[in-house]
Write a protein that binds this ligand. Structure first.
Ligand code: C6P
Length: 415
């Protein structure tokens, strides 16, 4: 009998797909609330990884033998699965498999940025960018003489769209923005940013690392020129990420890495490039990982991305309410009413987030502590670090209660 909750998910059944959640530490059941860093992987995906290595492990594109053909078809089909998942009507030509979001960012910053940017040009980012974007564009700007500008964050932890309208202008060549902030949990109006960018003939790169795992994404509705995310945050394995790019842009760009697989014809004097997306997938790609990402997407789509979104937002709202009830807890980012996804960053009084997280570990509550690769944003918030609880399809309100109990325990210890 299905026991779907109000969000449309049967969480008890989902939890059975993730045996890792049965682990215990220090006499307590594991409460895994570090999903924004890396989510857990369901048996359905783990089984497919094992099946790949047991039944059809081979290199792709190059062999005429049966195993290579099977691996090639599965690997190529996984690109189609991803294309459909994000609404890329160009299909596999618009989907490059990379190592992770960071590499997807570097592909565009290097291949597009190094040849298209120059003195007088501007790359507009947000103050809440992950270092994957911030450092990458910063370094490309240093090399090309272009300048990085940063859209401010409002006092209530949202993107300041008035400031965005001021900053994005005729010198802007690229707008690079997180869809969902991994620290504030806010959901940025990336479609509006894309319109602003396009009004000034600039492009938009959307970092979807924290959005693709937990909400329906339609790159064409957003009108994103580029969109990136990682498999390991959405029930898939580590080692595979996605770069979506509009076909005409990917076609115009230089390859990022050179070598085998990405070429069509090579002579001692020159080389020509393979079709998309293989032009950007030099060397042996993440074959098993890419195939497994396809199965992870099937898993999420069976749950329904709208249901996943509702579930995450409900848990985030519950956690936000429980944490803001505590006088000595500072919570960062917008209220649930303003729109927030399934993560909550906070600090308990003057307790360093690392100390808090290590006490929570005694309760088997796994959270992240640190700057979450958003150091400049933490500087803006006036703190060196924060603790962060992040939720996924298998988490429950009871687990949020356990988080709160563990924080109360930590408070007594530090009193
Ligand atoms: N954030 C976290 O918040 P990689 O490591 O390449 O798979 O993903 C990088 C990345 C890019 N953008 C955003 C918004 C992200 O949140 C992340 C990864 C992790 O815990 C690790 S810092």
């Amino acid at each position: 009998m299905s026991t779907q909750d109000a969000d449309g998910l049967d969480v008890a059944a989902i939890r059975e797909d993730f045996p890792i959640l049965e682990r215990e530490f220090n006499g307590n059941d594991l409460v895994y609330l570090d999903n924004a860093a890396t989510s857990q992987t369901p048996d359905q995906v783990v089984d497919e990884i094992a099946r790949y290595y047991r039944e059809y492990n081979a290199n792709v594109h190059r062999g005429l033998h049966q195993l290579s053909q099977e691996a090639s078809i599965a690997y190529e089909d996984a690109h189609d699965t991803v294309a459909e998942f994000v609404g890329a009507s160009g299909g596999r030509e618009e989907i490059v498999f990379t190592k992770n979001t960071t590499e997807s960012m570097n592909v565009v910053a290097s291949s597009w940025g190094l040849s298209e940017l120059g003195p007088g040009d501007e790359v507009v980012l947000t103050e809440m960018e992950h270092h994957a974007a911030l450092v990458t564009w910063q370094q490309v700007c240093k090399k090309t003489g272009a300048e990085c500008k940063f859209i401010r964050t409002t006092d209530d932890g949202q993107l300041d769209m008035d400031h965005a309208r001021e900053l994005i202008g005729e010198d802007t060549k690229m707008v690079s923005a997180v869809h969902v902030s991994n620290t504030l949990g806010c959901i940025n109006p990336v479609g509006e940013l894309a319109d602003l960018a396009h009004d000034h003939d600039a492009y938009v790169f959307v970092d979807g690392a924290q959005a693709a795992p937990n909400r329906p994404v339609d790159v064409e509705a957003i009108d994103a020129d580029f969109y990136a995310f990682s498999g390991h945050k959405m029930c898939g394995p580590t080692g595979v990420g996605v770069l979506y790019g509009k076909q005409h842009l990917l076609e115009a760009m230089e390859p990022y890495l050179y070598g085998g697989m990405m070429i069509r014809k090579v002579t001692f004097e020159d080389s020509t490039w393979n079709d998309l997306p293989w032009k950007f997938e030099a060397g042996t790609p993440p074959i098993c990982e890419g195939i497994a990402l396809g199965y992870a997407i099937n898993y999420l789509e069976d749950l329904g991305m709208e249901n996943v979104r509702r579930h995450e937002e409900r848990l985030a709202a519950y956690a936000y309410d429980r944490l803001t009830e505590m006088d000595d807890v500072d919570v960062y980012g917008p209220s649930p009413e303003q729109g927030r996804t399934g993560l909550v960053s906070f600090n308990l009084g003057d307790v360093h987030a690392h100390d808090l997280s290590s006490i929570l570990n005694d309760y088997a509550v796994a959270i992240r502590a640190g700057d979450h690769c958003t150091q400049p944003l933490h500087d803006e918030l006036g703190v060196a670090a924060s603790a962060r609880a992040s939720f996924y399809v298998y988490n429950t309100e009871e687990e949020v209660d356990k988080l709160v109990e563990a924080i109360e325990g930590a408070r007594e210890l530090f009193a």
